[in-house]
Design a protein. Structure first.
Length: 426
């Protein structure tokens, strides 16, 4: 028996159970799927599957010599206990969400992410530990030194540690804002095209020698459910405007809100951003598209992101004909206003997307007139790096530069120009 050899168990109320995604999740976690057992029918409140299907599942486990069973769904603590009892001794039992936590555990690279994963695992395991404890021995099991007591104590200690850790991105974001970078976050479900969008918009430049705590050199664009629990940040220039694009960890189908919120640190970039680009997969069926958009908005709202700061993108429109594109737009508009249909691979409407993002960024336009000289040329050069310079004119011994930038950049430019006997025309 090998613990990595796995039988997938899936159930749906109607239709045929699809096991593609849960199999991909199992692969991502390092398991080898050697069999599956599926059921179409209503959920058994006690055991999740019916009695006959449980016998079939146990037989499949014995036939394949699997060491693990993964259920494509959320098991209640009672169902988890009942199903574990019905399976052969020594078999590991994971439901969909415990499997996701294993993947997060494997991918967490920073100390903060590692603590968050452990905390989420313990919070998920604790009620299942209680359910497995027999009533007569429950009091002993919660005494000091018992597994349940130790889990509760560890949860408290982990929460305190997380509260004490500084936000690793706060100083980075402050410094980059001072340098004139707008912050744009890309959010949405895995495989909707978030990383492809980052790859399409990002410059080939690095971040000037400053390393973001969560920054990778490149963004993965492979069809993977999880490349990393961390965020990926790249510099981009959008119509002359310097921005930092951050691709957050993707949501996955049926991921419960409580689990997503357990990893709020991975979404903290969204709360700090000037604009959030919410990417949805237009090839999803209309009902799935509505649900995913609603869940995404709820998660972003929990992070303090206003809907006014969100640009919603329906990607992969190249996979649909005109009628189907119209159906997806109609479905999306049931949840969000003014969704923008795009195809990142074919670059359809990408320029419109950039225009929508720029419209959400804080802007101030001004013109500075100063005596021509080395100091003036130095300021013009600085503005090209930190602002959208619209025009530079020379005449009568003066330099006139018209530009648009973040308000703090305009203020810094004026402060630098003051010693050059500046005359401003607003």
């Amino acid at each position: 028996m090998s613990e990595t050899d796995t039988v997938i168990a899936a159930r749906v109320d109607g239709g045929s159970p699809a096991t593609d995604e849960i199999t991909s999740l199992a692969d991502a976690a390092g398991y080898r799927v050697v069999g599956e057992c599926t059921q179409t029918g209503s959920e058994d409140m006690g055991t999740y599957f019916g009695a006959g299907k449980i016998d079939e599942l146990a037989a499949e486990v014995k036939r394949t010599a699997a060491g693990t069973v993964i259920v494509d769904g959320e098991l209640t603590p009672a169902q988890n206990h009942a199903l574990r009892t019905a399976l052969p001794d020594g078999i590991r039992l994971l439901d969909r969400y415990r499997l996701v936590l294993e993947i997060f555990d494997d991918q967490a690279a920073t100390r903060r992410a590692q603590l968050q994963v452990e905390l989420a695992q313990l919070r998920y395991d604790l009620p299942r530990m209680k359910e497995s404890a027999d009533e007569g021995g429950l009091n002993k099991r919660v005494e000091k030194g018992s597994p349940i007591y130790d889990a509760r104590d560890r949860i408290d200690r982990l929460q305190r540690k997380l509260n004490e850790l500084p936000d690793p991105g706060t100083e980075f974001r402050r410094r980059r804002r001072e340098e004139g970078f707008d912050l744009v976050t890309i959010a949405g479900y895995t495989n909707a095209g978030k990383s492809s969008l980052l790859h399409r918009l990002a410059d080939e430049l690095d971040l000037g020698g400053t390393t973001h705590p969560d920054r990778n050199e490149t963004a993965a664009v492979e069809d993977e459910l999880f490349e990393t629990l961390e965020t990926t940040t790249r510099r981009a220039t959008l119509d002359g405007r310097p921005v930092l694009l951050t691709d957050t960890v993707g949501f996955i189908d049926d991921l419960p809100h409580w689990l997503v919120k357990s990893f709020s640190e991975t979404l903290s970039e969204a709360a700090a951003a000037d604009c959030v680009v919410l990417v949805a997969d237009a090839s999803d069926p209309p009902d799935d598209l509505r649900e995913k958009l609603a869940v995404s908005l709820d998660v972003l709202d929990s992070q303090g992101v206003s809907t006014d700061d969100i640009v919603t993108v329906l990607n992969k429109t190249d996979l649909l004909d005109a009628d189907e594109r119209e159906r997806r737009l109609t479905a999306a508009m049931d949840v969000v206003s003014s969704p923008l249909p795009v195809s990142i691979t074919e670059e359809t409407n990408v320029d419109d997307l950039v225009a929508h993002v720029l419209a959400h960024l804080p802007n101030e336009s001004t013109e500075i007139v100063m005596p021509n000289g080395d100091d003036a040329m130095s300021l013009v050069s600085w503005l090209y790096d930190h602002a959208d310079v619209e025009n530079v004119g020379y005449g009568n011994g003066q330099v006139t530069v018209a530009f648009t930038a973040r308000p703090e950049i305009v203020e810094r430019a004026r402060a630098r120009a003051d010693p050059i006997e500046v005359e401003r025309i607003d």
